[in-house]
Design a protein around this ligand. Structure first.
Ligand code: CO
Ligand code: CO
Length: 348
C-alpha cells in the first residue's frame, strides 16, 4: 500500500503545480473549428475570458467554469479546499456569484486509500459552504494519477460582466494575493519547504476570492481577472491584448513570497514559468535592474491566485482600504493602466 496521505504530491508525475498544456497548444487545437454561434452566448471560446457567460434574460445570465488538477500539497483536506477555491475564482473574476458545483475526480483506487478521496471532498465541501455554493453531483474515474476539481455555475447580471479587456487608461491595478505559489509548490514537492511556509501558502491558496469580489462590486472597476496558471504577466497580457491600453507595473510594490524569491534565485522554477515567458514574453519589457528572480515570479504559474482588479484612480485607495478592513490579507497597488506603450506591459 503506497497510500501515504502525507505525501500526496509524490504521486504527481509532472513538475510544478498544475500539469497543463503549454500555453498556445489549446489555441492550435481549436483554430479553424466550427464554434457554436448563439446570440445568448455573451462570452464563449472565441473571446476567451475567465468563464463562459450565457444570457437567460435581460436581468440574468449563467456564468460557467471548470478547473481540475493534480495535488500541489500533501494534505488531502487542504487540497480539496484549494481546488474548490481555485474553481470558484473564475466566477468571482467575472463579477458573478457562484451557485452550484460538480466534482471532477480521477482517483488511483489501486494505490491510494479511498479515505484520501473522502478527505479531499470534505475539504472542498467546507469551502463550498463558505461560498454559499451547493454540490449537486459529479463524476469519478479510476486513473493512475490523482486529480480533483469542480465545474461551477453561477449567476451574473448580463450588463455587469467584468471582461478582462475593458482596461481604462488611468486606472490603478490592485492584486489580492502574493505571487510565487508555483515555486513554493515545487519546493513542497521536492521536500524542501518547511511547515511554516507550507501552511502560509496553503492558507492563501485555500482562501476564497469571495470577499474581494463582493467588495469590488461597489467600486468603479473596469476589468478584472484572477491569477492562475499563466502567471501574473501571462494573465495581465490577456487583459492588455486587444484592450487598446498598456500597463505599467511597479516591481517594488508586488506582493511576493520571500521564500519563492530565494528558491527562484537557486533555479527552483517550474517548467510552466518558462512556458509562460516563451508564450507572453514579447508583450513585456523589464527595465534593466529588475531582479531576474522577480521576473521569474511574475511568470510563475499560480494556483488559486488573487484577483487583479483595475479600478478608477480616485477610488483605488478607498477600495484598497475596504479590502484590508474586510480581512483580505493582501491588497497591493501594483501598477496603472496607461495609453503608451499600447498593448504592452512595462515593469520598471
Ligand atoms: Co481565470
Ligand atoms: Co480557469
Amino acid at each position: 500500500m503506497t497510500g501515504d496521505s502525507t505525501r500526496l504530491t509524490r504521486t504527481v508525475r509532472g513538475a510544478g503545480c498544475a500539469a497543463k498544456l503549454a500555453p498556445g497548444d489549446l489555441d492550435r487545437a481549436l483554430c479553424g473549428l466550427d464554434l457554436p454561434v448563439d446570440d445568448n452566448l455573451l462570452v464563449g471560446l472565441e473571446r476567451a475570458d475567465d468563464a463562459g457567460v450565457y444570457k437567460i434574460s435581460d436581468e440574468l445570465a449563467l456564468v460557467q467554469t471548470l478547473d481540475f488538477f493534480p495535488p500541489m500539497v500533501d494534505d488531502p483536506h487542504a487540497f480539496g479546499r484549494i481546488a474548490a477555491a481555485n474553481s470558484l475564482s473564475d466566477i468571482y473574476a467575472m463579477g458573478g456569484m457562484p451557485k452550484t458545483a460538480m466534482n471532477i475526480v480521477a482517483f488511483p483506487a489501486k494505490i491510494m486509500d479511498i479515505s484520501v478521496l473522502r478527505q479531499i471532498i470534505e475539504g472542498a465541501l467546507s469551502t463550498l459552504r463558505g461560498a454559499g455554493v451547493v454540490l449537486v453531483g459529479g463524476h469519478t474515474v479510476d486513473d493512475s494519477e490523482l486529480k480533483f476539481g469542480l465545474s461551477v455555475t453561477g449567476f451574473i447580471h448580463p450588463r455587469r460582466i467584468l471582461f478582462k479587456r475593458k482596461l481604462r487608461a488611468g486606472d490603478r491595478l490592485l492584486l489580492t494575493k502574493p505571487l510565487g505559489t508555483g515555486i513554493v509548490c515545487t519546493a513542497i514537492k521536492a521536500g524542501l519547504a518547511g511547515a511554516e511556509i507550507t501552511a502560509r501558502v496553503t492558507g492563501n491558496m485555500a482562501a476564497l476570492n469571495r470577499v474581494a469580489a463582493e467588495i469590488m462590486a461597489d467600486y468603479p472597476v473596469s476589468a478584472c481577472t484572477d491569477i492562475t496558471g499563466f502567471g501574473f504577466l501571462g494573465h495581465l497580457a490577456e487583459m492588455v491584448v486587444d484592450s487598446g491600453a498598456g500597463v505599467r507595473i511597479n516591481p517594488a510594490a508586488l506582493p511576493l513570497y520571500p521564500e519563492a524569491l530565494e528558491w527562484a534565485a537557486m533555479g527552483l522554477i517550474p517548467a510552466g514559468a518558462y512556458n509562460n515567458r516563451n508564450f507572453r514574453g514579447e508583450f513585456v519589457r523589464f527595465a534593466p535592474g529588475v531582479d531576474p528572480a522577480v521576473q521569474d515570479l511574475l511568470f510563475d504559474p499560480q494556483t488559486s491566485g488573487g484577483l487583479l482588479i483595475a479600478v478608477a484612480a480616485d477610488e483605488a485607495e478607498r477600495l484598497r482600504s475596504a479590502l484590508l478592513a474586510a480581512g483580505v490579507e493582501t491588497a497591493a497597488m501594483v501598477g496603472e493602466v496607461v495609453t503608451e506603450p499600447r498593448e504592452r506591459i512595462v515593469v520598471e
